[in-house]
Structure formats: structure tokens, C-alpha cells
Design a protein around this ligand. Structure first.
Ligand SMILES: [Zn+2]
Ligand SMILES: [Zn+2]
Length: 241
């Protein structure tokens, strides 16, 4: 053990780090932010997944292929991928992140998105990253946009610029939590405006925190393509299944 790691372990012994999710103290665990039990609660998504929407399949074998939903339904993005399934651990983590800007979770979650998400996509393809925008009224209420925080960390890690001016949310909607898929789709239509000067002939990557029905990111992709984008992929941290 060199001096630096000796000093770190000494300080961990006297001031053990606390897990950001369950507050238990831990020493020598695999993540600097979470105890092993909570870290194991993140359920990272692996192939085989739906080649279009990224839905993980139950079976662990075989190639990526289209899921039943993507055979019958149109999504306007080219492909969507997510880091982890939206389970109890992630619900707790993202809730803390969504409603508290200064949340200590902001850094580890953004870093995880950059590290794991980067492996799910061919990053060389993208000209810029587009975080899903909040309506200005919601932004004032909340004070920050969690999708933008994720996008900034990822963009910095990958060397891709984040463009907040390519897409704007112009229509205010109430939270969509309890709506059916069709209602979500209807409600989100016309919520965004694109900026053709910024997106024309570009390959773009949309970033958001959660993929639920895909209606929000699909509508974003529709508007970006209507304004001339060539290709629009999506990366979210969590994915409901
Ligand atoms: Zn924990
Ligand atoms: Zn699918």
C-alpha cells in the first residue's frame, strides 16, 4: 500500500463515508458513493435489448431485436438506450436528484450516465447533445433542469457540446405520471419548438433522466427531424419496464 492509499484508508477509518442512499457508513466498498448493497440495487441494462427502444428482454441470450411494441408503434427517434432499469434503488436516487439541485447524488448519477451510457452508443456519430428542455415556468419553480445536469457531465466526459438552444419547450403540461400511454402522446404533441439553424443536417443525442413510454423523447425527436436533423438517438438514465 502506498502512502496515499494508506492515508485514504486511515481517513475512511476515522471518518467513514456514508452511503448517499441509505446513510450507512462503509469502508472499502466498490463505489465511493454507495454501500455495496445499494450499489448492487442499480440494475444495469445489458443486451439483448430492443434494437429500437432499448427495452431489455427477459432472456439473457440472443441478439438484439425489435420488441412487440416497436413492431406496431412508431417512435421518431432512431434508437434509445438506458443505463439502468427503474427499480426501487433508482427511484430513490432519481427522486432525490430531481427535487434537490444541491443533491449529492447529482455527481455520481451524472458520472454513471457518462461512463455506462457512453458504452451503449457510438459517440463519434453525434454533433451535439440535446437535453430534454423544461418549460420556463417549471424551470423557475424548480430552479434547474435535471436533464441538463446529466447532459453537461456526459458532454464534458465525451467531448461533445451540449446545445440548449436547439429545442425549446413552449407548452406547459401538468406532470404525466398517471396518464395512459395514449394520453401522454396526445398531451405532449406540440410541446416543443426546434431551431432549424442549429439542428439542420446534424446527428443529435437527446438526454433525459427517465424513459417511461417514450412519448416525450419521441416528440422531441419528431420536432428535431422536422427542423432538419438527420439522426436523433436517445440516452436516459432510467428505463421503466
Ligand atoms: Zn446504501
Ligand atoms: Zn422496442
Amino acid at each position: 500500500m502506498n502512502l496515499k492509499s494508506f492515508l485514504y484508508s486511515l481517513s475512511d477509518f476515522f471518518f467513514p463515508p456514508q452511503c448517499l442512499l441509505c446513510n450507512t457508513s462503509f469502508i472499502h466498498e466498490n463505489s465511493g458513493y454507495f454501500c455495496n448493497k445499494c450499489y448492487d440495487g442499480f440494475s444495469f441494462i445489458k443486451s439483448p435489448v430492443c434494437e429500437k427502444c432499448g427495452l431489455p428482454f427477459q432472456t439473457q441470450e440472443g441478439e438484439d431485436h425489435l420488441c412487440g411494441q416497436c413492431i406496431t408503434e412508431k417512435h421518431f427517434f432512431d434508437k434509445a438506450r438506458s443505463v439502468s432499469t427503474y427499480n426501487g434503488t433508482l427511484r430513490k436516487a432519481l427522486h432525490g436528484f430531481k427535487y434537490n439541485e444541491k443533491s449529492l447524488l447529482s455527481k455520481p448519477l451524472s458520472q454513471m450516465l457518462a461512463a455506462y451510457g457512453g458504452n451503449l452508443l457510438n459517440l463519434k456519430e453525434y454533433d451535439s447533445i440535446v437535453p430534454v428542455p423544461l418549460h420556463s415556468k417549471r424551470l423557475r419553480q424548480r430552479g434547474y433542469n435535471q436533464a441538463l445536469l446529466l447532459a453537461k457531465t456526459a458532454g464534458k466526459a465525451w467531448g461533445i457540446k451540449v446545445d440548449i438552444k436547439s429545442l425549446e419547450r413552449v407548452k406547459w403540461t401538468t406532470p404525466q405520471t398517471f396518464l395512459s400511454k395514449n394520453e401522454r402522446k396526445k398531451r405532449i404533441r406540440g410541446c416543443f419548438n426546434g431551431n432549424p439553424e442549429r439542428v439542420r443536417d446534424k446527428n443529435l443525442l437527446i438526454i433525459d433522466d427517465i424513459y417511461t413510454s417514450g412519448s416525450t423523447v419521441s416528440e422531441c425527436a419528431r420536432i428535431l427531424k422536422k427542423n432538419g436533423a438527420l439522426k436523433v438517438d436517445v440516452l436516459t438514465f432510467a428505463r421503466t419496464i
